[in-house]
Design a binder for this molecule. Sequence first.
Ligand SMILES: Nc1nc2c(c(=O)[nH]1)N[C@H]1C(S)=C(S)[C@@H](COP(=O)(O)O)O[C@H]1N2
Ligand SMILES: [Mo]
Length: 408
Amino acid sequence: MLNADGEASVTKGHVVRVLSRRTVLRRIIQGLGLTLALGPAVPVVQARERAAQSDETDRLITRVARPLDAETPVEEFVAYLTPNSRFFLRSHFSPPPLEQLSDENWRLRVAGLVEQPLTFTRQDLKQFEAITITAVVQCSGNGRASYRPKVPGVQWEQGAVGNARWTGVRLVDVLKKSGLQTNGRHVQFQGADHPGAGTVPPFVRSIPIEKALHHDTILAYEMNGRPLPLLHGGPLRVITPGWMANSCIKWLTDITVRYDEAQGYYMQTAYRYPTRPVTPGETIAASDLKPVELMVVKSLIAQPRESASLKSGPVMIQGVAWTGEGTIVMVEVSLDEGRTWEPARMIGEDLPYAWRQWQYIWQATSGQKTIFSRATDDRGITQPETSPWGPSGFLWNGWDRVRVMVAE
Ligand SMILES: Nc1nc2c(c(=O)[nH]1)N[C@H]1C(S)=C(S)[C@@H](COP(=O)(O)O)O[C@H]1N2
Ligand SMILES: [Mo]
């Protein structure tokens, strides 16, 4: 069944029971594209928040088995919030041993260019105001499989992304407690995960002080109203809204204020992309590379799915769109290979850093058809047909496309 705000996981028995008959009716009506005729959707919202809270991992598509890298099937993105259990997973190493993360053993240390180095327990963090931010978290390599020629790395298709409510404390509040020295320019993060034996460096990264002091940059301990799951970095992770997930350090234990950027492979070599057009195989000077930070404008088609068989007549196309620190102002759909574009209808919540849902009713005629989508953000930047090629395959945001077969 089509489902406009699409909590796919409401089909799980324990969640179905919380839906009233009125809610079920609303869902059917929304599924037909006739949204919100029944007034405020309180039960739907509650069900949606609840559906997003399960901790088990299910229905993810494994790309690398160990450590687990797995993406969300795009049809899950009919939901506004990506359930914890279906939120993509990406880790360079295995999660840290559980005993290191227990209340007794886990500590957050703040050091470097501060007036007073401090150590916090989980309980200590409660002294700071809690805030909740709804934000897209997306792997820099999401969509890498679309680059031609192919680039090495995890061959993500479109699902290394999700939208969740993150609750935690502001990084700026924690830093202020320690007192910043005036020469602090970068804030470095390290988690409790460590590479195994060998020469692999630890996952240490930094963000510029401006992003660190931004009041929306948080240290999150909850995801969709539940304690942050282990695989997503519990007990504490960084959330840099609008920025790619390589800055969202999981299992956070150490914050170090520095004058320069973090050193080491994951900051100085990895997660950099060319600032000029490059050709495959060419040598790129370090000065032509810059760190992956902001997300780029992007839309995805969640429904119908690739290779779906449809009947001619009205078909609801729906999906999501997001951009870096801005907002989406338009999503368009093309049914003629990108020659003409029609605006989609924006629906649902409109929050900074989160994605925006959209839908479009298509009068489908028979034959093999391709649906394209593209988004435009408030800076006037429109999702391009293909993204500039780079040797690491970051920041893919080419038009999304889905091929379907429409019967008579
Ligand atoms: N400590 C630590 N944090 C990390 C990573 C990691 O390997 N170790 N991977 C990063 C990358 S590349 C991504 S895409 C996100 C993935 O977050 P998720 O698994 O919660 O989706 O975590 C980031 N934070
Ligand atoms: Mo990533």
